[in-house]
Design a protein around this ligand. Structure first.
Ligand code: C5P
Length: 304
């Protein structure tokens, strides 16, 4: 089996996988396994990581980041999620992996999940396995709660611990401004703080009823009103400067600012591309890294 795959392995495969934001993140009381039940609406946006996987004699990983990405926080050994993904699915083959990162590290934008999803898809194509989607999605769910969505992309509802993903029709082109933080925030720490702040959280997370209606309307003002994130309060409580950033962005013309997932990246919904560019200019006076982005975009896909 190993030899057959090694012979078939062809030229390096590069897969692009997008950052996500949560338009709605309803969080319930922790389950028996410690994970929180979620009812979320993910959207893939136009910040991405590119993961190149090639057949090699030994495993090796290189991580290269855009200027604003702190790659020091990314493990370059077997602990890296891309290497864990390959360890799960490889049958003895070894790989060189190169990750080109645009997605902030520990930023609440599923950057690690994107790399895991990209590695799974790259491995599948490199060895010409062509596994069905449901097999890849199962492998993804074993790696992390957000990894299946990184494969699916677009706009999608996530339930369970986030790994049960159902695509949602989203004909809109929503413009965002993304402001990463220089220091990451640990997702488990934010969930623990949620538990401490909301010991009486309901068993069932809040449903995204308003959000789904707003998406269908295509109106940014309506979507802005419907954005919802149960992790926002705990994230701001841990990092009060995020509250200040959100206020500044809203004062500078954003329709609405919110923490992305568990933070600390903040995202601002804007009135079209022009609104986003104006906000980039406004916030850039005070913040070093201010990035325009549009969503939804595709899930993990092979670059030609
Ligand atoms: O699934 P993933 O590895 O991305 O989760 C990272 C951590 O985030 C978990 O170990 C857990 O502490 C927290 N988490 C959670 N409930 C979820 C998803 C993640 O408590 N639904």
């Amino acid at each position: 089996m190993v030899e057959v795959r090694a012979q078939r392995a062809s030229k390096p495969v590069t897969v692009r996988a997008a950052a996500k934001i949560n338009l709605h993140l309803g969080v319930g009381r922790p389950r028996e396994d410690g994970f929180h039940p979620l009812d979320t609406v993910y959207q893939a946006i136009s910040l991405h990581d590119d993961v190149t996987v090639s057949a090699a004699a030994e495993d090796a990983l290189t991580v290269v980041g855009a200027g604003y990405v702190d790659v020091d926080g990314v493990p370059t050994d077997a602990a890296n999620i891309a290497m864990r993904a390959l360890a799960e699915v490889a049958c003895g083959e070894r790989h060189h992996v190169r990750i080109g990162k645009q997605i902030p590290v520990a930023g609440g934008m599923a950057g690690g999940s994107a790399d895991g999803a990209a590695a799974l898809l790259a491995h599948d194509r490199l060895h010409d396995l062509r596994q069905p989607d449901d097999v890849l999605l199962e492998q993804a769910a074993r790696l992390g709660s957000d990894v299946p969505f990184s494969l699916v992309g677009g706009t999608a509802r996530g339930r369970g611990r986030g790994e049960v993903v159902e695509p949602i029709e989203d004909p809109g082109a929503w413009w965002w401004v993304v402001v990463p933080s220089t220091v990451g925030l640990s997702t488990p720490a934010v969930y623990r703080h949620f538990d401490a702040m909301f010991p009486d959280a309901p068993e069932q997370p809040a449903e995204p009823t308003e959000l789904l209606a707003a998406l269908a309307s295509g109106e940014p003002v309506r979507l802005a009103r419907a954005l919802h994130n149960d992790l926002e309060e705990p994230a701001i409580d841990l990092r009060p400067e995020l509250g200040t950033l959100i206020e500044r962005g809203q004062a500078a013309g954003a329709l609405r600012g919110t923490v992305s997932g568990s933070g600390p990246t903040c995202v601002f919904l804007c009135d079209g591309r022009e609104g986003a560019m104006e906000l980039v200019a406004g916030l850039s006076e005070e913040y070093d890294v201010v990035l325009p982005a549009v969503g939804p975009v595709a899930g993990a896909h092979v670059l030609a």
